[in-house]
Structure formats: structure tokens, C-alpha cells
Design a protein around this ligand. Sequence first.
Ligand code: ATP
Ligand code: MG
Length: 332
Amino acid sequence: RPRVLSGIQPTAGSFHLGNYLGAVRQWVALQETHDAFYMVVDLHAITIPQDPAALRANTRLAAAQLLAAGLDPDRCTLFVQSHVPEHAQLGWVMNCLTGFGEASRMTQFKDKSAKQGSDRTTVGLFTYPVLQVADILLYQANQVPVGEDQRQHIELTRDLAERFNARLGETFTVPEPYILKETAKIYDLQDPTVKMSKSASTPKGLINLLDEPKATAKKVRSAVTDTDTVIRFDPVGKPGVSNLLSISSTLTGRPVAELEKEYEGKMYGALKTDLAEQMVEFVTPFRERTQAYLDDPETLDSILAKGAEKARAVAAETLAQAYDRIGFLPAK
Ligand code: ATP
Ligand code: MG
């Protein structure tokens, strides 16, 4: 079985619709066909300041949401990044292989640091793509299911894997991105030219899966569209309407072309009302399932402990091989 690896940050509590449609939904599907490793990336979360109690709670909450979304610990390996120390260890190695200019070209860093100002931007945020390289290479992943915003980081992963292999001998699998065109980028409902994001969206433009279903329905109904009236998929000319069509198509499993036909001659309100209903239908059971996992933290923690053990077995083997190639003296 080919292997996949991906992660999600425990930063904001609730997952948003972009996380689910862009990434987590694919994770659930891939556990059937792939040897799948999924993690809650708490090391990445501390690239911005985190309150300790909130970080701990949000890490459990992220795991609960992944299980609620359909990850099955018997069919995939679900773990917390900090439980596997090899991530930080290989991360250092990868830092020493990355050019400063190369890291400086990462657009996610440029965007996020521009929003924060340079005094509040940490060196950790700067090197987070390099830690992500280590995350992926440790598991010899063949594919990485992520949203479009991560494409550049997968490219960096490929470059560094090839560089290490060329200099020190074949060690790492060179991974491919796994990005589905239809859901690669879900946009903010209030500003459909920017991606929906945990850290950047306006509250009204961000659909949190754990919000009150009523609030979610309201956000859908007040989504920004345009002054035209035609319901047509045209991401450049009609980004708002196209975003709503993509979301509806994925939630209902119906092709966009079929939806365009159905809404011919109808007003935007019809699309929004239907989508609001589809969203409520999706989030209501999702919230309940998440709560059920949270109500039983012992089971949750034991799932994560077992996952960490499985992950560590793979990660330790890769790290040992990399250390040996580098020329580190083995500890006796
Ligand atoms: P932040 O803005 O703090 O980076 P985020 O919203 O990007 O948060 P992450 O935990 O970094 O959330 O991302 C988890 C996964 O969700 C990644 O695979 C990412 O590509 C995907 N993702 C995030 N936002 C979107 C979006 N708007 N559309 C599609 N996929 C997305
Ligand atoms: Mg992100």
C-alpha cells in the first residue's frame, strides 16, 4: 500500500470548512486505500503564542474532530506530533540542508509574517515549512493530501529529499502532493478572493464546523456574491458564487454543471438557502460525534497513545538511517 501523511494544527479549536473539504475529507477516503498517517501538529501551533491550557484542550479537540470526521484508528495511524520526538530531531537536520534564501521564498511565511509584523514573527514560523519537510520524510510518504496553500511546501519537501539523497545516498521517498482540484481552495465567504483560514478570516467569512448550526446557516445566507444575477461557475468573474457552488457540489456529491442547470433562472437566494440546509445537515451530527469523543478523554488519549507508538516505530527507523548517512557517531 502506498503511504500518505498529513497534519492539522490545533490552533483555533474548531476546524473550518476549508480544512474539512480541502484536507480532512480526503484523509478519511485515503485510509481505505493507503497506509495512512495523520497527526495533530502541535509543534507547528507554537509558531505563534499559545496559552498552555488552551493548547492542551485544542489538541484533544482536534483529535476528536478527526475521529468525528471519520478517521478510524484501526485503519489509520492517528497521533500527536509532539509525542514523536523524531519530528524535531529530523527537523534540525532539514534546517541544515535548507538555504536561507530558499526558506525566505515561502509565500505562506511572507503572508503570515506580514500580518504579524517582524517583532512578533518567530524564527519558528520561518522554519515551519522545514519542520513540515521532516514530518513527511520521516514516514517515507508517497503522497501528501493537503489544500492548495501547501503546494509550495510539498515542492520544498521534494527538493530537500532529493538533495539529501544525492549528497548522502538514497534515504527518503520523494513525495507527491495530493490536491483535489474542486476543493483545493475554499474561499472566505465575505472576501471570496482570499482562502478561508483559521488565522486570517473575518468571523463572518469563516465557517467553523463546531459553531451553532443556526449561526452557520446565517453565515451562508449572508455570503458575498456579486451584482450580477446568474448562477454560473466562473471563479475569476464570479468568485463568491463559484465558491458556494464548489461547496454545495462537494457536500451533495453532485457535479457543478448539474447544479448550474438546476439553478438556471433562479436567484442567488435559492442557492444560499439550499446550501445553508446542506451545511446544517452536515455539521449537526459532526458536532455530536465530536462531543461524544470529548466526553470520554480516556479513550481519546489511549487512541493517541497507540497512534504515537505506531508512528514512532516508523519514524525512529527513518531517523536512525538518516543519522547514519550523515555520519553521526552511534551512541553505544
Ligand atoms: P492557518 O491559517 O493558521 O495556517 P489553516 O486554516 O491553514 O490555519 P491548517 O491547520 O494550517 O489550517 O491546515 C490544515 C489543512 O487544511 C491543510 O492541508 C491546508 O492546506 C488545508 N486548508 C486550510 N485552509 C484551506 C482552504 N481554505 N481551502 C482548502 N484547504 C484548506
Ligand atoms: Mg495553514
